[in-house]
Design a protein around this ligand. Structure first.
Ligand code: ADP
Ligand code: ASP
Ligand code: MG
Length: 417
């Protein structure tokens, strides 16, 4: 029995019209003799009534007084509704189908409500149902913990469900259907001539996804990478193949695919920069106390820059108010710059290639974009900029590295010359 996992995102299952395309992809896979596990997200996007954000509005999120446990009980409903709606439509079209919640499908998680991690997938129920039905439709983004409580996997987590099921069922492939043509060189809402990548390594996509390329959840990529199951990200509305995420070339296992010097640009908005200055003799107290206080409060920090006279770091906008209150209560006098964006230039082949940073700085400064902070690793260079310059900055970098052009330089090619 050859299994294929297909995942359809919120916009793909939004309406009768969009679900006609979903049905077409399912029928195509069945005609190719696959048994199908179809993972669905909640129907549509806010203000659609059963989208995740619409459900959250019912309890006045984020100003809520609901517990994290009950938030998960609320959010799982969106995907459960979608699974029943799609399964019903499949039956209407003569396709034998059953809907399962994440828990019924065997997704077992830890107890970390709203951000649960999958601990185990017990696929026996799915395998039994696949003997009776052509399609098992699974509600994405959810599971249950050891105590039987319902949990969710973090926003965008239906991709993670699809990857976990693909790995547990040793699926031929995981197909992520969405509203764009694949994984693109930048968010197409920001860069009009962004291009869909044909083939990329798990590592490159993981970096892009962690830095804000929301087209696929980074944990989904990690799970598929460990299980060596290829992912294809493609459009629900078109027939083209989209982007293949794999580590093999021409189907040859064990042959690395080439990494590009620059693969794409990702961005994360809604970031606040915090600066705490002090006199040099106070520096040690400042450094240890500030970071401990943030850790104790569970505030995630990034872009950390420590000098003898102070510390600079960033927090998500929603956590800024709390961070400032804590710093003031400890006697510090922080200054803040809200509404910043982190722009990441990602390319697993940039290691050892000179001049990448200088091209980034030149591309931004020549367009008058102020770089507030920067950092780098061997696969990514990050800059923090004012959000008002987001479009200018991402487009300038996209152009600088010629990412709209099909012949984006691969690292192998560069070193072979
Ligand atoms: P779904 O509901 O199908 O999971 P998402 O909204 O989570 O869809 O992800 C798809 C969106 O991701 C696209 O509409 C696009 O605007 C955005 N996106 C951001 N970065 C990228 C990128 N590099 N490539 C493709 N899409 C991207
Ligand atoms: N519906 C959930 C969300 O909006 C999960 C998903 O779409 O993947 O985050
Ligand atoms: Mg998504």
């Amino acid at each position: 029995m050859q299994i294929l996992v297909q995942k359809f995102g919120g916009t793909s299952v939004q309406s009768n019209q969009s679900r006609k395309h979903v049905l077409r992809h399912i029928e195509n896979a069945l005609n190719n003799d696959f048994k199908l596990v179809v993972v669905v997200s909640a129907l549509g996007r806010s203000p659609d009534p059963y989208a995740t954000d619409s459900l959250l509005e019912l309890v006045d999120y984020p100003e809520h007084s609901i517990t994290n446990r009950e938030l998960d009980m609320l959010m799982v409903c969106g995907e459960i509704i979608a699974s029943v709606v799609l399964s019903n439509e499949l039956r209407k079209s003569g396709i034998s189908s059953i809907a399962l919640t994440g828990a019924q499908a065997g997704i077992k998680t830890n107890a970390d409500f709203n951000q649960a991690k999958i601990k185990e997938v017990e696929p026996s129920r799915i395998l039994t149902e696949l003997k009776k039905h052509d399609v098992v439709v699974v509600a994405g983004f959810q599971g249950k913990n050891l105590q039987g409580e319902l949990t969710t996997l973090g926003r965008g987590g239906s991709d993670t469900t699809a990857a976990a099921l693909g790995a547990a069922l040793a699926a031929k492939s995981i197909e992520i259907f969405t509203d764009v043509n694949g994984i693109m060189t930048a968010d197409p809402r920001v860069v009009k001539n962004a291009r869909a990548l044909d083939i990329v390594s798990y590592r490159e996509i993981c970096n892009l996804a962690y830095q804000g390329a929301k087209v696929i959840h980074p944990r989904a990529v990690e799970i598929a990478m460990h299980a060596k199951v290829p992912i294809r990200v493609r459009s629900t509305y078109e027939e083209n193949g989209g982007t293949l995420v794999t580590n093999t070339r021409n189907g040859k296992v064990g042959v690395d695919i080439s990494d590009r010097v620059v693969t794409g640009i990702a961005h994360l908005a809604n970031i606040t920069q915090i600066k705490v200055q002090t006199k040099e003799k106070e520096a040690y107290r400042l450094q240890s106390e500030v970071f401990k206080a943030m850790a104790d409060a569970g505030i995630s920090i990034d872009f950390i820059n420590i000098s003898p006279t102070g510390v600079i770091y960033t927090v998500p906008n929603q956590q800024a108010k709390r961070a400032i209150t804590i710093l003031k209560s400890k006697g510090f006098n922080p200054s803040i710059l809200d509404d910043c964006t982190k722009v990441s230039v990602v390319g697993a082949g940039m290691t050892g290639v000179p001049g990448v940073a200088s091209r980034i700085v030149h591309a931004l400064t020549s367009k008058g974009v102020q770089i507030l902070q920067s950092a780098d690793s061997h696969t990514t260079i990050w800059v923090l900029i004012p959000s008002k310059d987001l479009f200018t900055a991402v487009n300038a970098l996209h152009e600088e590295f010629d990412l709209s052009n099909q012949s984006t330089i691969l690292h192998d090619f560069l070193t072979e010359r």
